[in-house]
Design a protein around this ligand. Structure first.
Ligand code: CAA
Length: 379
């Protein structure tokens, strides 16, 4: 068993770290404060290849492995989790979903622009009454021969107003339950598609979260992904990989907070010496570093399994449930290490604490991950 990263992995990690520090860090507090979408920053991420890392180069992607993706996600998330959620949704839900299950025409039509960030995508599963209970889809896609007639509402959609391409999960044959669900590629300019109000959020405030309304949207049949009725399995399989991305985001939030706490503990003096000379602080740092290392290993293990085309469903759920808890615990402790300074925005850790919470909720709550894990254990 080898734990070392390749030269290429180290280069990607460094490129992501440098980009995050040089380009994302300067405006991160302002974007959070004003809920400002990082338009220019996302454009640059696309140009550098961070939005289609695993996409085959023949469709404009980087052709990289999932381990590279985890490494880059961690570095971007250390600095700006609002940018990393855009990156995660675009890479592992939208690009991966189309590349893995789409037709050749769909891949050629959408992937080159998605993988380079010329456009970004959104993944639309959640509804006002279908969050964890994802089979209860009320959005309907009625079969009208050469097209589907799409009606309904989606909630909490990342990239809601900034995306151009939306993967929408909808019920076609209600009598068949989850076997009657389809996944459709919806384009923003299709008549009847309306972007609803923007959510005012606790964290990842730079990202763009909206409800979406579909009012008799005509979606051509060729925009369906997979066979008739494949939509629920499409969503589940896509989210299984997506959870590696969110686990890596949580890892990055945790390691970003830890690095800030470590640096601050060397500068700040109390009772005549740097606070890291007090055991109370040393033990916090030791706990953070240990938890983060365990989370990193779970993320990399899930990515390694995916790269080897082995079953990674349980591993991705374990990585997400664990890393998101580590993100919460570490960011709370990082604020504590900073004391009063931790409570003000200039020191970054309070934002990381707010950003951490969503990693326990989106792409399957902690409780949903435990359902996935326990079912695998008991089968
Ligand atoms: N891969 C393939 N198939 C799967 C699967 C997987 N990972 N998980 C389930 N399925 C299949 C099952 O085999 C079953 O098919 P069959 O009937 O043919 O056997 C079918 O899907 C239904 O599965 P379940 O009976 O297990 O369904 P359930 O109602 O018990 O729900 C659940 C299972 C795990 C709770 C699931 O509903 C779930 O994951 N819910 C959470 C949804 C979620 O993650 N939402 C996130 C929104 S997207 C988002 O957040 C993106 C963003 O913008 C950041």
């Amino acid at each position: 068993m080898l734990f070392n990263l390749t030269e290429e992995h180290l280069m990607i990690q460094k490129a992501a770290r440098d980009f995050a520090n040089d380009v994302l860090k300067p405006g991160v507090i302002e974007r959070d404060e004003h809920q400002k979408f990082p338009t220019e920053e996302i454009k640059q991420m696309g140009e550098l290849g961070f939005l289609g890392m695993m996409v085959n180069p023949k469709y404009g992607g980087g052709g990289m492995d999932c381990i590279s993706y985890v490494l880059a996600m961690e570095e971007i998330s250390k600095i700006d989790a609002s940018c990393s959620v855009v990156m995660s949704v675009n890479n592992s839900l939208v690009c991966w979903g189309i590349e893995t299950f789409g037709t050749e025409e769909q891949k050629q039509k959408y992937l080159p622009r998605l993988a380079t960030g010329q456009i970004i995508g959104a993944f639309c599963l959640s509804e006002p009454e279908a969050g964890s209970d994802a089979t209860s889809q009320k959005t309907s896609a009625i079969d009208k021969g050469d097209h589907y007639l799409l009606n309904g509402t989606k909630n909490w959609i990342t990239n809601g107003s900034t995306a151009s391409v939306y993967l929408v999960i909808a019920q076609t044959h209600a009598e068949l339950g989850h076997k009657g669900i389809n996944a459709l590629i919806v384009e923003k300019d299709m008549p009847g598609f309306v972007v609803g109000p923007k959510e005012n959020k606790l964290g990842i405030r730079g990202s763009d979260t909206h409800s979406l309304m579909f009012d008799n949207v005509k979606v051509p049949k060729e925009n369906r992904i997979g066979e008739d009725g494949f939509g629920f399995k499409f969503a589940m399989q896509t989210l299984t990989g997506g959870r590696i991305g969110i686990a890596s985001q949580a890892l990055g939030i945790a390691s970003g907070a830890y690095e800030l706490a470590l640096a601050y503990s060397k500068e700040r003096k109390a009772f005549g010496k740097p606070i890291n000379q007090h055991q109370a602080i040393q033990f916090k740092l030791a706990d953070m570093a240990t938890q983060i290392e365990a989370a990193r290993l779970l993320c990399l293990k899930a990515a390694w399994l995916k790269d080897k085309h082995l079953d990674y469903g349980t591993a991705s759920a374990m990585a997400k449930v664990f890393a998101s808890k580590v993100a919460m615990d570490t960011t709370i402790e990082a604020v504590q290490v900073h004391g009063g300074y931790g409570f003000v925005k200039e020191y970054h850790v309070e934002r990381l604490m707010r950003d951490a919470k969503i990693t326990q909720i989106y792409e399957g709550t902690t409780e949903v991950q435990k359902i996935v894990i326990s079912r695998a254990l008991l089968k």
